[in-house]
Design a protein around this ligand. Sequence first.
Ligand SMILES: Nc1ncnc2c1ncn2[C@@H]1O[C@H](COP(=O)(O)OP(=O)(O)O)[C@@H](O)[C@H]1O
Ligand SMILES: [Mg+2]
Length: 378
Amino acid sequence: MSLKKTIGILAWREGKRFGEPHYLRQLVRAGRSLGAEVYVFSHQDVYAREKKIRGFVPGSAGGWESRWYAWPQIVIDRYRRRVPAYMKLRHSGLFEFANSPFSKKWRVTQLLTDDSRVRHWIPETFVYSPAKMRKMLEQHLIVYVKPGNGTGGRSILKVSAKGGGYELSGRDKSYARKTARLRRADDVGRWVKRWVEEQRISGGNFLVQQGLDLELVRGRVADVRLLIQKDGNGEWRVTGCGVRVGKSGSSTSNLHGGGKAFPFHLLVARRFGEDRAQQILRECHTMAHAIARVLEEHFGRMMEFGLDIGVDVNGRVWLIEVNPKPGREIFRQMGAMDLYAEAVSRPVQFALYLLAEKEAKDSSKTVTQAPGRKRQTG
Ligand SMILES: Nc1ncnc2c1ncn2[C@@H]1O[C@H](COP(=O)(O)OP(=O)(O)O)[C@@H](O)[C@H]1O
Ligand SMILES: [Mg+2]
């Protein structure tokens, strides 16, 4: 049997509009060049009774073409919105997924803080309360306040003690910049309390976190984005990393906030010298592998993680956030097109590895169950 392997990519779609059209196109193309049948579908494209799927592939004249496809042998979950119909499908047992469901930011932080193998890389973090906020302000020169279920740099507030007072700077829900200068800790407490009440996302909580001094470049926040993925042998491998530098005066480095991407060495070696930069990079890799291992123990099989890593002004390495469905745009923005291509192709390589592994298992089962019988070939 030489049938092509069928891989489905589950993603958000409305009409012919997909959440990440560019990436999804590249993913389908990467699949083709690896000899697989890859298509994109959304929750509304699943006809379970008929066992068929409406799948989308890039059209010849741009846009997307759709037709009926066979049930996917494996599905890569790339749905990045918490739409109820998606959540239902995700837990329906209808598909075999390459990557397991993941948890909210605060739960992940909690879990990593509780694990002695990785704890030392996690900034001190608590669920927000006015008392915790006060305490953190006494202990750290910088404190971050952020939603336990947020993304994209929204609703994140940085509080820094400066010149006998406090500077507050953040992005609200709609990404507008908010700043304040306050004299007393009490005022900060009140301001932050209001912030948390206004910025709360669908009843979620807020975190107060030890703030890292990430001013590797003066007046800017810089952090490392590292992509670790499973390869075609099912092994974790760091695909690459880059540094994202925020806009001057911005409290985050996120791209939506006007951040820019640079190669790791360019920035880190300029600040710390070649040798130290090499050491820091090694630690980032070690941490990425340890984090992937610990998280996989909790959540089941995973496929890739994008880590937001803080390298502080003393060269210490910290984990800021784990993204289970990370972008790889940073490589493109750095002009590292080979890394970008590799980052796109790895999920397909891993999915194919899983299918090959399953096939091997199934055929060895047939052999042991029916010892006298000849194995089918061709
Ligand atoms: N504890 C912290 N110390 C320093 N900078 C932080 C801290 N937490 C967040 N940041 C900055 O804010 C950005 C966004 O925070 P993150 O936790 O990754 O949330 P999001 O899910 O919105 O990306 C980070 O990439 C970093 O630049
Ligand atoms: Mg982030």
